[in-house]
Design a protein around this ligand. Sequence first.
Ligand code: KG4
Ligand code: ZN
Length: 349
Amino acid sequence: MRDRKQPPVILGIETSCDETAAAVVDGARTIHSSVVRSQVREHREYGGVVPEIAARSHIEYLDDMITRAMDEAGVGFPDLDAVAATGGPGLIGGVLVGSTMAKTIALARDIPFIAVNHLEGHALTARLTDGLRFPYLLLLVSGGHCQLLAVLGVGEYRQYGSTVDDAVGEAFDKTAKLLGLGYPGGPALEAAARDGDPGRIPLPSPMVGRPGCSFSFSGLKTAVRHRVAGMEPLDAVDRADLAAAFQAAVMRSLVDRSANAIRGFRACHGDGLPFVAAGGVAANAALRDALQRLAGENGMRFVVPPAALCTDNAAMIAWAGLERLRLGRTSDLDFAPRPRWPLAELTHR
Ligand code: KG4
Ligand code: ZN
């Protein structure tokens, strides 16, 4: 039996997209291990994630990833106080693999199971890394999501705006594909943009100057496609300049929308509270710099987790599981994995 005076120890599992990840985290905010196996090689030839391949790969590697996470942490199954897995939103095959594994461990060890909303995992990461208190303003930018929210408590989110079409990471990925920069697109596009001139090829800045906090990226993607069609064949300089122009347009849009959300957030919650970025696109250095400046101009502390905790990982799932465990909000073993699971549906649960 574990000593109950010690901070609780949890195993987290993440399988909602193309990363098979496991982590051991404790209630004192220590990440004992966090291992991630990317499936990039399996999906590369298709230029995007193939759900069936992803699910099969999770089945093949999850056992091994859990063993590695527990070995690295020096933890055995009797040491676990709970097990958490992403319960959605995501590719349902993968979510089923991870949540079924977590339920099985919970049943075998007679410990609580927590089905974690993947977005809540991203949203609460800054509390794991920086010990933030509620409330804070969050820009959540990933491959599947783009939203601005006030994080008021565990399960308590107020959305200021989200995307009306593509998520920002999706826009990075599609644009990178269009430019022939390879897969995965976000990091490849950021690398190409570093050598580019953002001023040579003008592109629109989506939504800039409009009221509210909605995002839209499909028009920008189409504008890039038209430019490419007019310039082909592209050489390396064209690619770099287009990447730089695209990235600059995305930054202008994210900063403009965030500025509107900051105004609303400060009016409602007061000054001096943190502004947080999370999700895979928050690994982008140009975005981090732009948001840091914006936060500074508004007297806010800017907090962004290290890049490895911005992209998908299981430490964030373990941490969100601990936050819920602390509040007694564990899940039943008959929890049904959810391909769609908006954060708004967590409120007051
Ligand atoms: O959070 P995440 O790992 O998975 C989802 O929950 O979607 O985010 C993945 C997304 C992908 O679209 C990827 O291209 C993007 O994050 N991404 C980036 C960078 N690193 C990852 N986008 C721009 N710049 C980056 N450095
Ligand atoms: Zn994610």
